[in-house]
Design a protein around this ligand. Sequence first.
Ligand code: RIB
Ligand code: CA
Length: 303
Amino acid sequence: MAALRFLYDCDPGADDALAMLLALGRPDALDMIAVTCVAGNVGLEPVVNNARRILELCGRQDIPVYSGAARPIMASRGRLSIMHGSDGLAGSTLPKPTMPLADGHAANAVSRIARSEGKLHICATGPLTNLALALLLDPDLPDFISAITIMGGAAFCPGNTTPLAEFNFAVDPHAAAIVFDSCIPITMLGLDVTRQATVTEDMIGQVQAIDNPVAREAAHLLINYGAKDPCLHDPAAIAWMLKPEMFDTKQAHVSISTDSGPAAGQVIAAVSERHLDGRSPNCAIVTGVDAEEFRRVFVDALN
Ligand code: RIB
Ligand code: CA
């Protein structure tokens, strides 16, 4: 079967970088055709640098990187995460990037690439600002997107940024609302499942035993990011695309709160007939994972 062609929208960020290493380690199954960057974990400049640093580490300078939104749609500035270090890659020693940025804004690139592909799969693991802008710029865009696999949200568990909201959706709740209102089929890997997708000492040991520069960077990220947050949030989204049978899902109608205060970015998941109230589900919420199998898939991809 041909590899799944997809566009990766991200805010690297250590776990986004680990997600890239996972995806790029499986060219048999995944074909990352473009990377679009959004401010999130760190500001836009380190994000676009980090995306290129990872691509160059993997010898994939052929993949275009587009710069995108430097701030959320409505807030005057984002909410940086303290988990990834000031450079966004937990103090990585990777060299500064040399490959150029691709021309044009990420939102325009999403629209153009989707239209040229005809039916584009998108994986998004940062605030959804670029995708929301693309949808506002190009109202027919949903006709050219097959599905969006999202790391974000917290449907049936507390948030990690406010008690009610997960980081990606809390940073730009309006963008998340626009994307979930788009009628594009969505698979949402929120904290419900990513808190189960954790790094272990055994996994780190296995990665450290792999003698190649990619695995060495992965070990650095797993150790240094994992010390602050052991949850492999963004790699879980890539793992879903690789092996969905490792996961459990629940169909729901999801909307996103754009209220101000702690509810900003909250996932409102309607599952029961009463809660659906005549609406059809618009999202598969991922609720569980075979964590051992997930870790095995990750380690194997680094070999
Ligand atoms: O809540 C975790 C998510 O927020 C991850 O995507 C992490 O990279 C940050 O963007
Ligand atoms: Ca991220």
